[in-house]
Design a protein. Structure first.
Lengths: 376, 425
């Protein structure tokens, strides 16, 4: 221990991690049980013991740029076996949440997403955007009429795309900026802590790493190595595939609309509709299961950030399916109202994607890709 | 003063538990002139200390100190020892307690000369719990060489009784009565000291440490018996699976202690016990390697710290900061691999050892079954001393996890507390 090291604790970081669900942090006495019982921690510099002390010392920079916080899948084995009730799984979840709001610019949005007091403002935002843009462009028609319920007669597809295409671009830009910093930090941290054999970061190698982790992600094979929270893998897998399904459906719909000029709604006999329906149902069941698991696990901390995402995902599925069902049942007013609410959920999903817990889909994927590339 | 109105104060003290704390309380009170009843549930005195090979840090055998205490008891007419006794009921107030005690039969009277002829003819065996069931004794047995009182005893749960009768026939001194029955006695005492002691935490409850699943994983108290000259291996430290002299031994500290899932508190003695046991191994096997996995080494006070420093200097002793959280057995060799993270270097360590010792902690005997008296306990089952109320006190490990030195100091203090109750001061 010849090297002198001046610890510079970031006290506000500690406070925020505690607020984001890491309130048991200070109970840790560094016995390292967690690092041993973790089914997915590597042999060299395993987690989460070192993350626990770094978090409790307020070493923010050491943590948020670490790939290890993302390699953790919150199995919960560490929390179960912890002799102090320090819940490392939840602490790492809180650190991840902090890291997301640290990398996503502008930062105030991330803060707002994690702050329950800001929820009314965030909920009001899509309403204002929809109404203002709708009235300016005249693409929002509150008296769509007609004997068939066609949602685009009420909320024009043009208006949808006028809002959501720029939002998609926004998501890409915010993630792009965040990832650039994240990848560099991650590499620097890995070199410093001897977690990689690569000296210089090569983007080509990272992309190759990305391709080789795709099967792991698709199969959720890391998840199923978990002991304590194994049952969570099923629910997560359902939500994961339903998002992929709905992403495909949306893209097909988009192409068909603009290239072939064919408008929805599609017939129930259309295979695209089948995919949409199956995905919608899987989304509802998956997110409901997640909520059920969360409620059953009383030893696991479920904070606002978790509930925000869970309700968002469940709401997305429920409003989507109800919109379709009321349309088929011919209840026009209710169906249009549900569609409006559904679009509010979609708006939230898009605009806050890089800022909410859902951003893990990008950060964890990239961290896993880096782990693969850097031979973690 | 209220003394005139007070109930008459009994002049006797009851000490419950004949381990090192109970012996000390009884002797200290008796040697200043008070009448003492010492009740012990086992057929012998000495308690957990009798099972130890050596004390730390002086590394002297406890039998030596026990022998002196037994001598003091023999010489002191004021101490009445009641072995195989259990307190069934306590009524009354400080200065005046009515106590009901059940005395279980020993089946062997004071004419026993410990000639051992009964053992030779006895056809039944029992697990020897004094040696943590590593070996067996006959149904009639002497608890250990030094046991006091020096009389044999019959385990009625396995003895075939008068239909067998072989021991009765073999005994030249008419010392055996197979029809003896339990007796109930009543005592009136002025104060009670509870020195009910501790038991090793059940290592089988610690799922991830493999005790009971893998033969070569033993507890620290089993190690004491293996190392003790009067133990099952006559003092040779041999591993259970094949009686091999182990060339490498790993100690797992805090096995069930400082753990909310088991014993939430520090058991105080296990670090020193493992360091002490390291000296047993190093003395017997000059080339053996010892690995001690710990969270923190707690060697409190100057003398213990010095002892720890001495052990650390041994080149064959490796102290690794990191709790063992996983074990596995190599089915061929019976060797055990323990897994820990070295919290200093951040490396995951898989250390193979020929034998593993779990440094299990102490839990009070009052953890699950409470005593039949008006006592308060903390969440862990230790007796809380209520000095305001007085009359009844807990000494030694009935009150908190402690080493022998602290237990004796505490026991002496409780003798004084008991005396104060008697003299109403």
């Amino acid at each position: 221990m010849a090297d002198k090291c001046l610890i510079e604790p970031d006290l506000s970081f500690i406070k925020q991690v505690v607020g984001l669900g890491g309130d048991t942090l200070k109970k840790c006495f560094q016995c390292a049980t967690c690092s041993v019982v973790c089914p997915i921690a590597p042999e060299n510099k395993p987690f989460p013991r070192k993350e626990m002390i770094a978090a409790s010392w307020g070493l923010k920079d050491k943590l948020i740029g670490s790939m290890d916080i993302w390699l953790c899948h919150n199995c919960g084995d560490c929390t179960t076996m912890c002799p102090r009730g320090a819940k490392p799984g939840d602490v790492l979840g809180a650190v991840r949440s902090y890291a997301i709001s640290e990398y996503a610019v502008p930062k105030f949005i991330g803060k707002a997403v994690n702050d329950p007091k800001k929820l009314p403002v965030l909920l009001g935002l899509p309403v204002v955007v929809f109404l203002v843009l709708g009235f300016i462009t005249g693409l929002l028609d509150f008296t769509p009429g007609g004997d068939k319920i066609v949602h685009s007669n009420f909320f024009s597809s043009w208006l949808v795309d006028l809002i959501f295409v720029p939002l998609a671009a926004w998501v890409a830009v915010v993630f792009g900026i965040g990832l650039k910093r994240f990848v560099n930090d991650m590499h620097e941290n890995a070199v410093l802590e001897g977690k990689t054999d690569k000296k210089k970061l090569e983007i080509g190698g990272l992309i190759r790493g990305l391709f080789s982790v795709i099967p792991t992600i698709l199969k959720h094979s890391k998840f199923s190595e978990c002991g304590e929270n194994k049952d969570r893998a099923t629910a997560h897998l359902m939500v994961f595939y339903s998002f992929i399904g709905l992403f495909i459906v949306t893209n097909i719909f988009f192409v068909v609309l603009y290239v072939f000029q064919i408008h929805g709604p599609y017939s129930q006999m259309n295979p695209v509709k089948w995919l949409a329906n199956v995905s919608g149902i899987a989304l509802i069941i998956g997110s409901a299961l997640m909520i059920k698991n969360r409620m059953a696990k009383t030893d696991q901390v479920t904070s606002y950030k978790d509930w925000y995402l869970l309700i968002l995902v469940l709401g997305l599925g429920v409003t989507g399916m109800l919109t379709e069902m009321t349309r088929l049942a011919g209840i026009a007013g209710l169906s249009y109202a549900l569609y409006f609410i559904h679009l509010m959920f979609v708006f939230h999903l898009f605009i806050f994607l890089p800022f909410s817990k859902l951003a893990h889909l990008v950060y964890r994927t990239v961290a896993m890709a880096y782990g693969e590339y850097g031979k973690r | 003063m209220t003394e005139d109105k007070a109930a008459p104060v009994s002049g006797s003290i009851l000490v419950v538990g004949g381990g090192i704390s109970g012996l000390t309380t009884a002797l200290e009170a008796a040697e200043v002139g008070y009448e003492v009843f010492l009740v012990e549930k086992n057929p012998y005195l000495g308690g957990r200390v009798a099972q130890l090979n050596q004390y730390f840090p002086k590394l002297c055998p406890p039998t030596c100190g026990l022998e002196i205490n037994f001598r003091r008891i023999k010489d002191n007419p004021r101490i009445k020892v009641l072995t195989l006794g259990e307190v069934e009921k306590v009524d009354g107030t400080p200065g005046n307690y009515d106590v009901t005690i059940k005395l279980n039969p020993r089946f062997v009277n004071e004419d026993c000369t410990a000639c051992n002829e009964c053992v030779d003819v006895c056809p039944v065996e029992r697990n020897n719990e004094f040696n943590f069931n590593i070996d067996k004794t006959k149904a009639i047995y002497r608890p250990f060489e030094m046991s006091f009182p020096m009389r044999y005893v019959i385990d009625s749960s396995v003895c075939k009784g008068s239909e067998c009768n072989k021991c009765v026939e073999a005994c030249k001194y008419n010392a055996i009565d197979l029809n003896a029955e339990a007796k109930i006695i009543n005592l009136n005492v002025g104060a009670i000291v509870w020195a009910t002691g501790w038991e090793p935490y059940d290592a089988a409850k610690i799922d991830n440490l493999g005790f009971g699943k893998h033969q070569n994983i033993i507890t620290n108290m089993m190690m004491e018996r293996l190392a003790a000259p009067n133990g099952p291996t006559k003092g040779k430290i041999l591993r259970p699976s094949d009686n091999k002299a182990p060339e490498s031994i790993a100690f797992v500290q805090c096995a069930g202690s400082r753990d909310e899932n088991h014993l939430p508190y520090c058991s105080y003695i296990c670090c020193m016990a493992s360091l002490k046991q390291t000296t047993y191994i190093r003395a017997q096997y000059p080339d053996a390697k010892v690995y001690i996995f710990y969270i923190d080494v707690r060697a409190p006070g100057q003398r213990y710290e010095k002892f720890y420093k001495q052990i650390k200097e041994d080149k064959n002793v490796f102290l690794i900061k990191g709790k063992v959280a996983e074990v596995s057995e190599d089915p061929g060799s019976g060797n055990i691999t323990v897994v820990a993270e070295n919290a200093v270097t951040g490396e995951k360590i898989r250390q193979e050892a020929e034998m593993v010792v779990l440094a299990t902690g102490m839990q009070p005997t009052t953890k699950d079954v409470k005593l039949p008296a008006d006592l308060k306990y903390n969440d862990d089952g230790f007796i809380i001393n209520d000095f305001e109320k007085g009359g009844m006190f807990a000494a030694g490990c009935a009150n908190k996890p402690a080493d022998v030195v602290s237990s004796n100091q505490n026991a002496t203090g409780m003798a004084l507390k008991a005396i104060q109750t008697l003299v109403r001061k």
